[in-house]
Design a protein around this ligand. Sequence first.
Ligand code: HSE
Length: 462
Amino acid sequence: MPPASAALQLNKIELSRPAFGGILCRLMQQVNLGMIGGGTVGSGVFHALQQNGNLMAARLGVKLAFRKVAVKAIDEPRPYPITKSLLTTDWQEVVNDPDIHVVIELVGGTGIARTMILSALSKGKTVVTANKALLSAHGPELFAAAARSGANLYYEASVCGGIPIIKSLREGFVANQFSAIYGIVNGTCNYILSRMKQEGAEFADVLADAQKQGYAETPPDLDIDGFDAQHKIGILASLAHGFWVDHHQIHTEGIREISRLDMQFAQQLGYNIKLLGIVKQVGGKKAGIQVSVYPTLIPNSHVLASVNGVFNACFVRGDVVGDTLFYGRGAGKDATASAVLSDVADAALDLRNGGKVRVAPFIAHASKGRVLPMDEIVSRYYVRLSVVDRPGVLAKISAIFAQSKIGISSVIQPEGHEGESVPLILMLHDAPNAAMKKALAKISKLPAVKGKPVMLRVESFT
Ligand code: HSE
């Protein structure tokens, strides 16, 4: 005989000890939710719970119910309707309601959202957030507040939208040290780069079109200058390595400088260009981790090279599990709602079981963590120069690389007329970023070299 449904069994469970967070719950058959933010993602969360709330209740043994939703304006247009009687324009009503157990923060930004979360935690309420910018700027303060209050702060939706990467790193891979995490974590950049490759188009044209079609924000800076990816990769690095990575330590470059030419030459050499977040363990004398975001040449044979459009992907290498891959939608109301509700489910189980029954959302477990300065990071390089085609130019450039102990692995120079400016593409062997910077500074001063050299890093995933 199949067991009675979990929901029915739950009726018999009497929780005698206080649930964590100071909320006394006797028969915790229902967890009440308050949400701050009822726009695109908020309405997605509301809709998803309407759609699959019964399924979740059966799986969790506890019913989830919205009690209040704070919004900017009651009648603002939203993709899915939210029951009007739940709406308020005062977020404090959500935080102060003693019957609300879990607060979902979907306001975004680093201002009022911080006050909202701190206020909810101080009242012992579990908080679920999608706010990567806030975690990046104030993570240690927020997790310390959560620890003080005994409540949890969950943040699955902050990185890679619907991909359960936080839960996987935290729980699924709890037995692993992470030697490398590579992430395509910004859908806007991936969409733009994919179209540049497919259409042979220039960055500015694709960006303008993406904005017209609503794929890119206006202004797009947070995405295309790499800061959204920086927030996300910082969160992954902190979780994976057990110390909080300050966002100022994350070397970040965006995709503005990528041109159609680079896309074409990369293709000719067997690579694709992706904005890649990298968290890599570096051993030896100067041990530490690389945490960075920059446009990277990825060999076409690597699975991340074929992640296209708005999709996100994370490639995680654990010392026990080996290589793993996650792929999915990194944004959007439904994918993000899926992640928010997975956190709500964890929060509900914490409450039902009267305590923390899982690996805490963030634990600072590393006493000595070090983020390596970019100058110390060793990588391979793609360099595109504009040079005057005349005898001896290549020899001078090679000599500067040789002085800096940087080896050339291949060269492309499309045929041109002598005396004209032509592109010169060089692939270079492993070298520290500091040496590469110095060599390029010298090269750019050669009279035959016109304009600023383009330098992109190449990832071999070894
Ligand atoms: N703007 C982000 C992206 C989604 O393009 O991936 C939210 O972080």
